[in-house]
Ligand binder design. Structure first.
Ligand SMILES: Nc1ncnc2c1ncn2[C@@H]1O[C@H](COP(=O)(O)OP(=O)(O)OP(=O)(O)O)[C@@H](O)[C@H]1O
Ligand SMILES: [Mg+2]
Length: 401
C-alpha cells in the first residue's frame, strides 16, 4: 500500500512524535480518513491483547460503518461485525462505536478509560462529545485522531485544536498536531474524477472548503455561479426543448411572498424554471387555484412543499394535488442548486419570472452563522425544495457508485 506525500507526513509524525491529538482537516476525498484509520490501527496494535477499550466516534452508526469500518475491513482483510453494544474486537482489544452528533451523546462515553479514539467528521459531532472522548483517553500513551472537512472558522474543532497546532505538554510530548489536506494531495485519485469534482463544485465557499480545504466563512452572494448571460433563456427558446418531466416547488408565505415554481427537465437532464408564481397576502385558497391551474397544464406533477405548514400540505392533498414534504436541508440544498448553475444544467425562463431576478443577486450568507440570511429567499427556496428533493434518488445512486 502506498501513501501519498501528505499521508506520509501524517504517518511519520505519528511514528516519530506520537502527538496526543492529531487532526486532519481539509478537502473531500483527500485521503484524511484513510491515513488516520491506518494510524489508529497501528496505535491499537501496540496494545495487542491488553483487553483495553478504544473509541470510534461518528455522527451516526451508519456513517461510522460507511466512513470508517468499511475501509478498516479492507485494510485488515476481515469482517468487522459489531456486537449488541456496538463494539468490535480488534487486536485483542474492544473498540466501541459511538454516535456523537447530539447534545447528550457525551454520556455514552462517560466512565470510560480509553487508550485511543478515532473521531470521524469531527465537526459533525457535538462539542461536548468530542471533549468527553478526549478526556476519556487517559490510558498511558493514549492518542486521539480526528478528521473533518472544514467549516466556519469559528467552529470549536478549529479554535480549540487546529489553532493550537504545535502545542506541547509539560513533559515535552507534542499535544496537538494539525494537518491540512487539499483535494490535489490525493494523487492516487483518477485525474478525470478530480477534474469532474472541480468542475461541479460551486464557486466561493464550497470550492474553498471542499477542493482547497480552507476553513473559510460563508460570505457574499450565495449563487455566485449564476450568470444572466448564460442562465436566462426566453420562452421562445423553450418551445424546441423536449421535456421528459415536470415538477413544482412550493414555499408558503403570507407576510412574505408565498411562491410556487414549475421546473421542467429536458431529455439531456437540464432543468428549466418555467414559471414563477409569487404573491404576498394570499390565503391558501389562492395557492390551491394556482396549483390546480398548473396541474391542468402540466399533468398530475409532484409539488415539493415547505413542510412548515402541514395544514396547507394536507389541503393540497385534499384537493388531489400531489403534495410531498420537501427535504429542506439548507446548505446541502443550496449546494445542489449551485452545482447545477456551475455545470450549466439549470436555466431560468427570464420572461416568466419576476421576483427571482431580484433574489438571485440579493440572497446572501450570514457570515456569523454560515447559514443564509432569511431574506430574498422566497422563490429561491421553492426552487431549492423542488430540485433538492426531486434529485434525491439520483444523488443516492451516485454516492453508491
Ligand atoms: N494511500 C491510499 N491508497 C489507496 N487508496 C486510498 C489512499 N488514500 C485514500 N484512498 C482512498 O481514496 C478515497 C478517499 O480517501 P478518504 O476517504 O480517506 O478521503 P477523506 O479525505 O476522508 O474524504 P471525505 O472528506 O470525503 O471523508 C477512499 O476511497 C480511500 O479508500
Ligand atoms: Mg473522510
Amino acid at each position: 500500500m502506498q501513501l501519498n506525500p501528505k499521508q506520509k507526513d501524517v504517518w511519520e509524525t505519528y511514528i516519530c512524535e506520537k502527538p496526543k491529538i492529531m487532526v486532519c482537516s481539509g478537502a473531500k476525498r483527500a485521503g484524511k480518513t484513510f491515513v488516520l484509520i491506518l494510524v489508529f490501527l497501528a496505535h491499537m496494535s501496540k496494545y495487542e491483547d491488553k483487553g483495553l477499550s478504544f473509541i470510534i466516534g461518528g455522527a451516526t452508526q451508519a456513517s461510522i460503518r460507511r466512513n470508517v469500518l468499511n475501509d478498516m475491513e479492507d485494510i485488515l482483510g476481515k469482517e468487522l461485525k459489531l456486537d449488541k453494544t456496538n463494539a468490535v474486537e480488534i487486536f485483542g482489544n474492544k473498540v466501541y462505536c459511538f454516535d456523537g452528533a447530539n447534545a447528550d451523546a457525551w454520556k455514552k462515553a462517560r466512565g470510560f478509560t480509553s487508550a485511543g479514539a478515532f473521531l470521524n467528521e469531527a465537526t459533525a459531532l457535538h462539542d461536548m462529545f468530542v471533549k468527553e472522548v478526549i478526556s476519556r483517553c487517559s490510558y498511558q500513551g493514549a492518542a486521539v485522531f480526528m478528521d473533518t472537512n472544514p467549516e466556519n472558522p469559528a467552529h470549536t474543532v478549529k479554535t480549540d485544536y487546529i489553532d493550537n497546532d504545535g502545542q506541547r505538554l509539560k513533559s515535552g510530548r507534542l499535544n496537538i498536531k494539525a494537518f491540512h489536506f487539499s483535494l490535489f494531495d490525493n494523487i492516487y485519485l483518477d485525474p478525470e474524477y478530480v477534474e469532474s469534482i472541480v468542475a461541479s463544485t460551486p464557486s466561493g465557499m464550497f470550492t474553498d472548503r471542499d477542493i482547497y480545504g480552507y476553513w473559510v466563512a460563508a460570505e457574499g452572494v450565495i449563487y455566485k455561479d449564476f450568470n444572466k448571460e448564460i442562465h436566462y433563456v426566453q420562452s421562445k427558446d423553450i418551445k424546441v426543448k423536449r421535456f421528459v418531466k415536470y415538477f413544482a416547488g412550493v414555499d408558503w408565505g403570507y407576510k412574505h411572498p408565498g411562491s410556487i415554481v414549475v421546473i421542467g427537465e429536458d431529455d439531456k437532464s437540464n432543468l428549466y424554471v418555467l414559471e414563477e408564481h409569487a404573491k404576498q397576502h394570499e390565503e391558501i385558497d389562492y395557492w390551491v387555484d394556482v396549483a390546480k391551474d398548473i396541474k391542468k397544464r402540466y399533468g398530475n406533477i409532484n409539488f415539493y412543499c415547505d413542510s412548515a405548514r402541514p395544514e396547507h400540505v394536507k389541503r393540497f392533498r385534499r384537493e388531489k394535488l400531489r403534495a410531498i414534504n420537501a427535504d429542506k436541508t439548507v446548505v446541502s440544498g443550496i449546494e445542489e442548486v449551485a452545482r447545477l448553475f456551475k455545470l450549466n444544467r439549470l436555466y431560468v425562463v427570464e420572461d416568466k419570472v419576476k421576483l427571482f431576478k431580484k433574489e438571485i443577486f440579493m440572497y446572501v450568507w450570514n457570515e456569523n452563522t454560515g447559514e443564509p440570511i432569511k431574506k430574498w429567499d422566497d422563490v429561491l427556496d421553492s426552487i431549492r425544495y423542488a430540485i433538492y428533493t426531486q434529485n434525491k434518488p439520483a444523488r443516492r445512486r451516485e454516492r453508491a457508485k
